[in-house]
Write a protein that binds this ligand. Structure first.
Ligand code: ASP
Length: 335
C-alpha cells in the first residue's frame, strides 16, 4: 500500500534578541521571504525537507543583514567564527539501511543523520559544509581548520577570512569594544544581545523531517567559543516526531538541550504548546533569553521566545507564506 502523503511545512527564524535597527527591518523581512520562497518552492515540487532547510538557511547566510555566513558578527579578536548544524529524519522501508541511526515512531521506522561544523572562518555557507560532514564523512561534528580542510576535499571553496567580514560587522565590533571600555565586558555583551542567527525546520510530502541552524555566534564571544548552533540536540534536532531550531543565548540552550527536549515532548502536545513550555523551562533553569521554532511530522508549526523580538516566517499549503516579528511569550506559567 502506498504511504499517505504528508502535509509539507516550513518555518524559518532570523534570530531572537534585541529588535535591531528599525531601518533594517524591511530589508530583513525581504531577505527572509526570498529565502522562504526558495525553501517552499522545493517542498511544493515534492522535494525533500533536507533540501528545503539547507536552501533556506544558505540564502539567509548569503544575506549580509543576518548573523550567519557572510555578515556574521565578529569574535573578541575581530574575526568571523561560524557554527552550523543540520539533522534529517527520513522514513525508511524495512531492511538494512545505508546510513544513519534507526529510530521508531508509532507509524514507521526512520533513520536519523546529522552533520555540524564549529568555529569555521573560511566558508561562505557553513550549512553546506555541515551537510557535507553528514553525507561524506563518518563524523557528525568537525571544527576549525580541520573542517576547512575537509571543505576543500569535498569541493567547497575556501574564502580568505577577511572576505567574510562585512563593513557593518566591523563597525559593530568597534562600537562594542568602545562600549566594553566604558561599561565593562559583561555589561557590554548584555547590552549588545544580538539577533540574526538563522534556522529552518521542515517536513516534506514523503514524511522527511529536517532542521538546520547557522550563526556567527553571540556578541563579545571569545576567540574559540562554540555555541549551541553547532550542537545536535541543543541548537538543532530532528527526529521521527518533528524538528526544532533554536536561537538566543547559546550557553543556556546547551545546558537545557533545548531542541532535543522540545522535539521529544511533541509526543505529548502541539508544537505551539511545546515551544512555549520549552522556553519556560529554559527560563526556569537559566534565566536566559532564547527562542525556538518547531514543526511536527503532521506539518503543524510552533514558535516561542522570551527575548525582545524574533523574526519568523512560515509556509504551509493552507496558509501560504507569512512573515512575523514575534512578540515574547508571557512568562507567567498560568497567565
Ligand atoms: N544561539 C547562538 C549562539 O549562541 C546565537 C543566537 O542565536 O543569536 O551562538
Amino acid at each position: 500500500m502506498a504511504r499517505a502523503r504528508n502535509r509539507p511545512a516550513l518555518v524559518a527564524h532570523g534570530g531572537a534578541g534585541n529588535a535591531g535597527p528599525g531601518v533594517e527591518r524591511p530589508e530583513r523581512r525581504r531577505g527572509m521571504m526570498a529565502a522562504m520562497r526558495q525553501g517552499a518552492g522545493i517542498l511544493r515540487a515534492n522535494g525533500s525537507a533536507l533540501e528545503a532547510v539547507v536552501a533556506t538557511v544558505a540564502a539567509l547566510e548569503d544575506h549580509p543583514l543576518f548573523n550567519a555566513g557572510y555578515g556574521s558578527l565578529l569574535n573578541s579578536e575581530g574575526n568571523v567564527e561560524m557554527d552550523a548544524s543540520v539533522m534529517f529524519a527520513e522514513p525508511v522501508a524495512p531492511g538494512p539501511s545505508a546510513r544513519g541511526k534507526r529510530v521508531r515512531s508509532d507509524e514507521s521506522d526512520y533513520t536519523v543523520s546529522a552533520g555540524a561544523v564549529a568555529a569555521v572562518s573560511r566558508v561562505r555557507n557553513p550549512i553546506m559544509l555541515a551537510r557535507a560532514v553528514m553525507e561524506h564523512s563518518p563524523h557528525i561534528l568537525m571544527a576549525g581548520a580541520g573542517a576547512e580542510n575537509f571543505a576543500r576535499k569535498v569541493g567547497i571553496r575556501l574564502e580568505r577570512p577577511e572576505e567574510m567580514v562585512t563593513e557593518r560587522a566591523r563597525e559593530r565590533w568597534r562600537a562594542r569594544k568602545q562600549q566594553a571600555g566604558i561599561l565593562g565586558a559583561e555589561a557590554a555583551a548584555r547590552a549588545a544581545m544580538g539577533h540574526g542567527t538563522v534556522g529552518a525546520v521542515a517536513v516534506d510530502v514523503h514524511g522527511g523531517i529536517a532542521a538546520a541552524t547557522s550563526t556567527g555566534g553571540v556578541p563579545g564571544k571569545l576567540f574559540g567559543r562554540v555555541g549551541d548552533s553547532a550542537l545536535i540536540g541543543a541548537g538543532t534536532f530532528a527526529h521521527a516526531f518533528g524538528a526544532a531550531s533554536a536561537t538566543g543565548q547559546g550557553e543556556a540552550i546547551i545546558l537545557t538541550a533545548l531542541c532535543r527536549e522540545a522535539v521529544l515532548a511533541l509526543g505529548d502536545g502541539s508544537p505551539q504548546a511545546v515551544a512555549r513550555e520549552a522556553i519556560l523551562e529554559m527560563i526556569d533553569a537559566t534565566g536566559a533569553e532564547a527562542g525556538v521554532i518547531i514543526v511536527d511530522r503532521r506539518g503543524r508549526i510552533g514558535y516561542a521566545h522570551n527575548a525582545t523580538s524574533m523574526q519568523v516566517a512560515r509556509y504551509d499549503p493552507a496558509g501560504g507564506l507569512q512573515h512575523l516579528w514575534l512578540a515574547p511569550i508571557a512568562t507567567a506559567r498560568h497567565p
